[in-house]
Design a binder for this molecule. Structure first.
Ligand SMILES: Nc1ncnc2c1ncn2[C@@H]1O[C@H](COP(=O)(O)OP(=O)(O)OP(=O)(O)O)[C@@H](O)[C@H]1O
Ligand SMILES: [Mg+2]
Length: 228
C-alpha cells in the first residue's frame, strides 16, 4: 500500500463573520496517491480555488489538517511556510503571475532561494534546464510583456519546476489562453505527470480538460459531490 502524498482531513474554510459568513469548504476529506493526476471540477464559486489555496498553504483552513508529503502545513509557522511550499509544490495560476520587471530567466532564478547554498553555476544550470524543458530557452532574456500568453504560462511552469517539487497545483492554467495554446499547455502538464512522476491537482470549470486526468473530483457548494 502506498502512503498518500496529499491528505486532507476534515477541512472547513469560512470567510467573513456572523450572518455574512461564507462556507467555502465544508468537511473536505481527500487522499491523493503519489503520481496521480486529479482534476477538481465544478461551477464557479463552488470552492475549487479555495481548496487549492488551503492545500498549498496559501490560506489557512478554518479547521482540519492538510498533510503534504507527510508535513502538516497548517502547523508550520508563517516564517517556515514559504520554504516548505517551495520544496513540496509548484503552483501554476490562470493569470501566470510572473514579475513584469524580470526576464524569463530571472523569474525562474528568483524562486531558487531554497537552493541558494548551491554553487551559482549549478543554480544557473537548474534554471536553464527548466527553460529548456518548456522549450523557452531562446526567450530567456524576454520580459513577460514581450511574450504571448502561452509563452508566459510556459515560463510559469518552468518556475514551478525549478525546485523539483513532487507536487504540481494548477488553477485554471488554460483559462486565459486560446484553445490550441491551452492544449499545448495541458499536454505539457500531462507530460510532467507521466515523465517526472509529479502528482498533479488541476482545478477547472472546463469539462473538456478532464480527459487529461486519471481521477475526477466534482465539487458543489463547497462540498465533494463525486470522486471517480
Ligand atoms: N477572500 C474571500 N473572502 C470572502 N469570500 C471569498 C473569498 N474567496 C472566496 N470567497 C467565496 O468563497 C466561495 C468559493 O470561492 P472560490 O474562489 O474557491 O470558487 P471557485 O470554485 O474557484 O470559482 P471560479 O470557478 O469562479 O474560480 C465563493 O462563494 C467566493 O465568493
Ligand atoms: Mg477559482
Amino acid at each position: 500500500m502506498t502512503n498518500p502524498i496529499i491528505r486532507i482531513e476534515g477541512v472547513n474554510k469560512e470567510y467573513g463573520k456572523g450572518k455574512n459568513t461564507v462556507a467555502a469548504l465544508k468537511d473536505i476529506n481527500i487522499e491523493i496517491n503519489p503520481g496521480d493526476y486529479v482534476a477538481v471540477v465544478g461551477p464557479s464559486g463552488c470552492g475549487k480555488s479555495t481548496l487549492l489555496h488551503v492545500m498549498a498553504g496559501l490560506e489557512q483552513p478554518t479547521n482540519g489538517r492538510i498533510l503534504l508529503d507527510g508535513v502538516d502545513v497548517t502547523l508550520i509557522s508563517e516564517r517556515d511556510l514559504p520554504k516548505v511550499r517551495a520544496e513540496k509544490i509548484g503552483f501554476v495560476f490562470q493569470s501566470f503571475l510572473l514579475i513584469d520587471d524580470l526576464t524569463s530567466y530571472e523569474n525562474i532564478e528568483a524562486v531558487l532561494w531554497p537552493n541558494s547554498d548551491l554553487n551559482p553555476h549549478v543554480q544557473e544550470e537548474m534554471s536553464l534546464e527548466v527553460l529548456r524543458e518548456v522549450d523557452m530557452l531562446e526567450r530567456r532574456d524576454h520580459r513577460p510583456l514581450q511574450l504571448s500568453g502561452g509563452e508566459q504560462q510556459r515560463i510559469a511552469i518552468a518556475r514551478a519546476l525549478v525546485n523539483n517539487p513532487p507536487i504540481l497545483f494548477c488553477d485554471e492554467p488554460t483559462g486565459n489562453l486560446d484553445s490550441q495554446t491551452g492544449e499545448t499547455i495541458m499536454k505539457m502538464i500531462a507530460q510532467l505527470n507521466r515523465d517526472r512522476k509529479m502528482t498533479v491537482v488541476l482545478v477547472t470549470h472546463n469539462e473538456d480538460l478532464i480527459k487529461y486526468a486519471k481521477r475526477v473530483i466534482r465539487m458543489r457548494d463547497g462540498a465533494i459531490r463525486s470522486d471517480k
